[in-house]
Design a protein around this ligand. Structure first.
Ligand code: TPP
Ligand code: SF4
Length: 246
């Protein structure tokens, strides 16, 4: 019988530790498929974050180097400059990229480093128990905003992808989601395109993924997928934010 669905070569034979319905697992698979299809398994280097994806090096069968919390883009910059032939990507949550790592991210993007960022936006600090992240929606209940996020007390949700899109150094930025088959196909296309831009020397690319966190959203996985479309994607619009090659 023909095998039509199998583990990508770039994923190790390990069982994900992520919760059921978590967007991290789907995104890991998409990255691995993109690496396989572009035939860059021996050239790719991934940089895992602090956060639920901290042990992503247990899953990807490629070179991986852990970065301190938020410093993915700084580590990627150093690696790419020393090893320009390698395909370097940082994998960062919204707490990692848009809170503690804002400065490193902005400056790497502004310098136009030829690196790729996979930005997992699940609207909370997942690993540490569901605290408010910069991307938490107004009114969203988190462990540090029990009555819901208030603009007055907590500020507004940060749209980091749009902010980065304003910088002349950025080349390709797209926001995707992994909550439905159609969105998963588009997310894979975007990840592959971001790697391809880096391979072609075009410059800084970032793919934001709206990613379910059923555990901290306190929802069943199916309801979390619906929430992405019905609520989250109304605040964070899906689609290409910047593409200088288009
Ligand atoms: C310097 C530093 N400060 C704080 C922490 C604690 N910490 C670990 S993960 C995390 C939040 C991660 O949230 P996010 O980046 O959104 O990733 P997620 O877990 O949701 O995937 C924090 C604050 C840390 N590890 N290092
Ligand atoms: S806490 Fe949320 S982000 Fe972390 S593994 Fe569970 S579902 Fe995924």
């Amino acid at each position: 019988m023909k095998n039509v669905f199998s583990r990508p070569k770039s994923l190790k034979k390990a069982v994900f530790h992520y919760c059921a319905g978590c967007g991290h697992s789907i995104t890991h698979r998409l990255i691995a498929e993109a690496i396989d299809e572009l035939k860059i398994q021996d050239r790719a280097i991934g940089i895992p974050p602090a956060g639920c994806a901290v042990i992503a090096y247990n899953y990807f069968d490629i070179d991986m180097l852990e970065a301190p919390h938020g410093r993915g883009c700084a580590v990627a910059t150093g690696m790419k400059r020393v090893l320009p032939d390698r395909i370097i990507f940082s994998y960062q949550g919204d707490g990692d990229l848009a809170a503690i790592g804002t400065a490193e991210t902005m400056h790497a993007a502004n310098r136009g480093e030829n690196i790729t960022v996979i930005f997992i936006n699940n609207a909370v600090y997942g690993m540490t128990g569901g605290q408010m992240a910069p991307t938490t929606l107004l009114g969203q209940v988190s462990t540090t905003t029990p009555p819901g996020r208030s603009a007055l007390l907590d500020g507004h949700p940060i749209h980091l992808s749009e902010i980065l899109g304003q910088l002349p150094g950025t080349r390709y930025i797209e926001r995707c989601a992994v909550n439905s088959p159609g969105n998963i196909v588009k997310a894979k296309r975007a990840i592959k395109k971001a790697f391809q831009y880096q391979m072609d020397g075009i410059g800084f690319s970032l793919v934001e993924i709206l990613s379910q966190c059923p555990t901290n959203w306190k929802m069943a996985p199916v309801d979390a997928c619906k929430w992405v479309t019905e609520v989250m994607a109304k605040e964070y619009l899906l689609g290409v934010i910047k593409d200088t090659k288009a």
